[in-house]
Design a protein around this ligand. Structure first.
Ligand code: FAD
Length: 386
């Protein structure tokens, strides 16, 4: 029998590729390996579930067994691959050797708190990056049996979405971050301030420009202190200080990696023959976009390449939609620093246009009613990867 295609990772990238590849290869052997439960779920929904009180089962579209059945694949769940040997073309799970014909690394990205979370705070301090994490946080919320006081550290996309969602679910939210306004990597400051105002008006307590200095376990929860001396009390803490691509396995095997991910060409090929990468783990021709549309395009192109039709991937001018119903946000951040931001609109309905030295649009950000301009502006903005 053929050695299988092994896809390492069963997130949206790994599963998306498996579906596309299976459609072209009905009979070839396929193995999916994942360190988590292997449930098929949409990760973006994790930051919308608390408002609706959605239990984790409602977020999973299919169990791992159903995935295996549907794809005609071997699906290995709760299985952590410990090393990779590109020459011998095999993976190791502890002492167990798994040979592959071709291998795809779809290992995602991992939250990197800027501090070590003390063991004493286990069960009180969380990160949420997969369905298992969501399960754990939901259990902790439910155990309180009342609205929780949640301190969120970090006001990027994940921090802001959870702040809005937990607030909508009836919880009391403190949002703490060192930047002067939320979504600093996606929005120029006036638009970030508009979002901050909308959140504050709704009752989210924003600690912009503040660093967390200490966190200590209390009988009832967690005591936090900020760099201005302020003391806060929370039942639970959610750390949302960013994600970094999971490259350790690839790096230890000698594949080329960078801080942006496992380095691939436009065909998703890594520096090792027969090994490919996509999704949050991969830096494709210099770009690691870390959102769904690019990984879907990559899955489609890679399925064709792995089926004998070499196909380069390209990304369009695809903006990020931030799920903050308190003030809708859309952003296509410019890849280089713009010569100027031109800001139009009033109140919280703002459009910020990033222009180069010749006045060409190289990115944009929209808030409130201005999000309607998304399609019109995306038509003239440059693609992420041509
Ligand atoms: P992951 O889903 O992280 O999957 C990685 C897989 O690799 C997992 O199965 C893991 O178990 C496995 N793995 C890793 N290492 C090993 C190992 N050694 N052995 C075995 N298995 C291993 N994007 C949008 O476009 N729109 C949104 O609205 C949006 N909202 C988001 C909200 C939140 C809260 C978050 C966290 C992200 C959001 N994103 C959004 C980003 C988007 O969800 C991600 O880009 C995408 O889900 C990444 O998928 P992935 O398959 O690359 O990685």
């Amino acid at each position: 029998m053929d050695t299988p295609l092994i896809i390492l990772g069963a997130g949206m990238a790994g599963l998306g590729l498996a579906r596309q590849w299976r459609a072209r290869n009905p009979d070839r052997p396929l193995t999916l390996i994942t360190a988590d439960s292997g449930d098929d779920y949409s990760k973006p929904l994790l930051s919308t579930g608390f408002a609706k009180g959605l239990p984790p089962e409602r977020l999973a579209q299919r169990s791992a067994i159903e995935v295996a059945d549907h794809l005609g694949a071997v699906v290995r769940t709760r299985t952590r691959v410990t090393s990779l040997d590109p020459e011998a073309r095999c993976l190791w799970v502890g002492e167990e050797r798994l040979d592959f014909g071709q291998l795809v690394l779809a290992t995602g990205a991992v939250p990197r708190p800027p501090f070590v979370i003390p063991e004493k705070l286990a069960g009180k301090v969380f990160t949420i990056n997969d369905l298992d994490d969501y399960r754990g946080f939901q259990r902790a919320l439910a155990a309180l049996g009342r609205p929780a006081r949640v301190a969120i550290i970090g006001s990027g996309l994940v921090g802001c979405e959870f702040a809005n969602d937990l607030h909508a679910g009836g919880h009391l939210v403190d949002l703490i971050a060192p930047e002067p306004a939320p979504l600093a990597r996606l929005l120029p400051e006036p638009l970030g301030r508009a979002l901050g105002e909308a959140m504050a008006e709704a009752g989210i307590v924003l600690h912009a420009g503040r660093l967390l200095t200490t966190m200590a376990a209390e009988t009832q929860g967690v005591a936090l202190s900020l760099d201005d001396g302020q003391a806060l009390a929370a039942d639970l803490v959610l750390v949302a200080t960013g994600l970094v691509p999971r490259v350790e396995l690839a790096a230890a095997a000698g594949l080329t990696t960078s801080a942006e991910g496992i380095v691939t060409d436009r065909y998703l090929g890594t520096s090792a023959a027969g090994i490919y990468a996509l999704g949050d783990a991969a830096c494709v021709a210099g770009v690691n976009a870390m959102y769904v549309q690019p990984l879907q395009a990559a899955a489609k192109a890679l399925a064709a390449t792995l089926s004998g039709t070499p196909t380069p991937v390209s990304y369009g001018p695809w903006p990020v939609l931030v799920k903050t119903p308190l003030l809708p946000v859309v952003s296509l951040p410019p890849r280089e620093s713009p010569a100027r931001w031109r800001i139009e609109g009033e109140g919280r309905d703002l459009a910020a246009l990033a222009e180069d030295i010749d006045g060409r649009l190289i990115g944009f950000a929209l808030t409130g009613a201005a999000v309607r301009r998304k399609v019109e502006l995306a038509r003239v903005a440059p693609p992420l990867l041509v």
